[in-house]
Design a protein. Sequence first.
Length: 270
Amino acid sequence: MAFHGWKWLLLLGRQNTLAKVWRSRRGGPSLCWKRCSHWSTGKSLDPEVRAFLEENTEVTNSGHLTPEIRLRLLTPRCRFWREKPDLWPYGDPFWAIYWPGGQALSRYILDNPRVVKGRSVLDLGSGCGATAIAAVMSGASQVLANDIDPIAGMAMILNCELNHLNPFPITIKNIINSEAGNWDLIVLGDMFYDEQLADGLHHWLQKCIRTHQTEVLIGDPGRHQFLSHSIHSQLHKVIEYSLPEYTRQENHGLTSSIVWSYQPSNSLDN
């Protein structure tokens, strides 16, 4: 099965596997900027993993909403676009796809740097790191990228190098359901693909907002799991972007992606 077909399986069902991992890796003590487990320099990258990622991804900035950002992604010119997905040695490479919700968040931040300028930003479920990169480019004072896949963390470091940025801190712990962190802004894209995970996100984001007055921005192209979840009634539409043709083709009919501001009601029971 070519990766193109496998990607469709990711969209339909294999994300359930990733959702189970998110749910099983419970957050521990509260994470802060100086104490979290993270990579911060390219020196910590395993040379074999670096070589594999460089050989089996393509550097691209086309076909997406943010041509300012160069990323290592899986594209039709990559070997594993055609190989059987089980031959990929490091687990499902969700990070190697620039998902539409993340594209919208990154575009919005680049166009509106005041949203992050001088602020601390958590990029939750960061994947390829594009939104965290956009936050750094736009003047955020502190950026923490979070993804439970250690290979995603390594890919983010490579993507920082591509964009001539010093790598930001990256944690691979599951911080959902941990003590609410003190961030000015939390951004997350394309994470509402599983009901139980969405419920956990909903509750944890509420705690962050009520404890620290954190602002939350969510990117999503309007997937059914997102639109049908109770969180949707507490969102304010900020902006909608028409997706480039390449992204439309790779997401099977999705034509736009939206940035939402999360403004929960007073009840924690929603």
